[in-house]
Design a protein around this ligand. Structure first.
Ligand code: SDX
Length: 429
């Protein structure tokens, strides 16, 4: 007999089933609530709402735990690589050596984009934000790949998934090259995924380009950290778009658009700009005071999280990676890192942040490393989108393959005007 919760609605006693997952909080299944009571639940921002069942990622916000298909993020980030994480996301298990080699081979051979995509870029101003370009170009992929937009065909879904994972780095590098007026660099099949991306970003036709292994390893780890994160805003956007039957390229474009916001993936760009604005450690106290001032809209970007009420485990790994990269590059006193470390130390001891359980999140340190590698701040969220595409695709596929899936269609609490008669314009005051 499954557990139920009973709620009283007026004189009505309504039993609602309780569902239990593998780990984490139980949920009250309110699917029949409206039918039984004529009422809806009300939860703007979905702070207490589970939108789906999923087997992909688990977060324990209080304990600061993140698992990809059950594996702790710390172990995957330390021992795995990003394409292995993509395989794990898509298929649910770590690949055998043969499966990994086959997956790498298949993804690598989808890295080129249709050459007419180049013409898209000519339509943009050089100073277009690369996220605007990514939203446009990823959505436009569905104009080229008609053979992988039938979502009812599992073979087409897999091809679309591989194409999305494979082509994001190529489009991201093209967006960067276009912004700096340099020619596009084509992918090379003899490079691993992340080295290929670095070469497409930083190589020029005039000389041979050798990928810095420090950058390649650090960026691959950064991609792993950003791969998926349960039902965050952009993933929920992808799921909602996909629930209407929209093609996967359009759904991922919707996810990119949502991720761009400074409250979400855009925070890595905003966090670095904030560190630059603070400038020196002795300015930190002033900005912490601004962040605490209810009348000041300023927030510490890269701090706080809807789920983590403890240190974001990804931020810990990110901080370690930042220190490793800067010291391997011989960068001793990076002023931005000094400000970040000081800011973290002050904030974590401050009553306001302790009481509101505000800790650094993944976006707090990532920008320092990316800037040290040579990426402009405008590319930070593009890199986040590049990595998150594998999570979006895995969550989209899980939703499509769920037999109970139906179009997402929330209701509302209407607080507008009651019914009233139309007044012809000649009779209005
Ligand atoms: C990502 O959901 C995910 O998983 C997202 C993500 C992923 O991998 O997909 O982890 C990626 O988006 C990380 C978050 C990046 N955003 C930022 O770093 C922007 C700065 N942080 C926030 O604006 C905020 O913390 C959110 C948006 C991240 C979370 O906001 P919530 O959960 O809606 O919490 P809230 O805005 O209601 O804040 C609770 C309180 C408020 O004070 P009170 O109204 O209760 O008095 O904490 C305060 C807020 O004012 N607060 C902050 C703060 N964040 C929250 N005060 C100062 N600085 C901050 N950064």
């Amino acid at each position: 007999m499954s557990a139920t919760s009973t709620i009283s609605v007026g004189d009505n006693q309504v039993d609602l089933p309780i569902k239990t997952g593998t780990i984490g909080p139980d949920v009250i299944d309110i699917g029949k609530l409206h039918a039984k009571t004529g009422m809806f639940t009300f939860d703007p921002g979905f702070t207490s709402t589970a939108s789906c069942e999923s087997k992909i990622t688990y977060i324990d916000g209080d304990a600061g735990v993140l698992l990809y298909r059950g594996y702790p993020i710390e172990q995957i980030a330390e021992q795995g690589d990003f394409l292995e994480t993509c395989y794990l996301m898509l298929f649910g298990e770590l690949p055998t050596p043969a499966q990994k080699a086959d997956f790498d081979y298949r993804v690598t051979r989808h890295t080129m984009v249709h050459d007419q995509m180049n013409r898209f870029f000519q339509g943009f101003r050089r100073d277009a934000h690369p996220m605007a370009i990514m939203v446009a170009c990823v959505g436009a992929l569905s104009a080229f790949y008609h053979d992988s937009t039938d979502i009812s065909d599992d073979k087409q879904r897999m091809i679309a998934s591989l194409r999305m994972i494979a082509k994001m780095p190529t489009l991201a590098a093209m967006a960067y090259k276009y912004s700096i007026g340099q020619p596009f660099v084509y992918p090379k099949n003899d490079l691993d995924y992340t080295s290929n991306f670095l070469r497409m970003c930083f190589a020029v036709p005039c000389e041979e380009f050798v990928v810095n292994p420090i950058y390649a390893r650090a960026l691959d780890r950064i991609f792993i950290l950003h791969a998926d994160h349960e039902q965050n805003a952009s993933t929920s956007t992808v799921r909602l778009a996909g629930s209407s039957g929209a093609n996967p390229f359009a759904c991922i474009a919707a996810g990119i658009a949502c991720l761009w916001g400074p409250a979400h993936g855009g925070a890595n760009e905003a966090a670095l700009k904030m560190l630059e604005e603070i400038g020196t450690p002795d300015n930190v106290a002033k900005y912490v005071a601004k962040a605490k001032d209810k009348n000041d809209p300023f927030r510490l970007m890269g701090f706080g999280h809807r789920v983590y009420k403890n240190y974001d485990p990804r931020a810990r790994i990110m901080q370690k990676t930042t220190h490793e990269v800067l010291s391997q590059l011989g960068i001793k006193d990076d002023p931005l890192l000094e400000v970040a470390v000081q800011l973290e130390q002050i904030a974590l001891k401050d009553e306001y942040f302790i009481e509101k359980k505000l800790y650094p999140n993944i976006d707090f340190y990532s920008g320092i490393t990316l800037k040290a590698m040579g990426f402009p701040t405008s590319m930070f969220t593009v890199l986040f989108a590049l990595a998150r595409t594998t999570g979006w695709i895995a969550q989209w596929a899980e939703m499509i393959e769920d037999p109970s899936q139906k179009i997402g269609r929330p209701r509302q609490l209407y607080i507008g005007p009651d019914k009233r008669e139309y007044v012809p314009i000649g009779q209005r005051g």
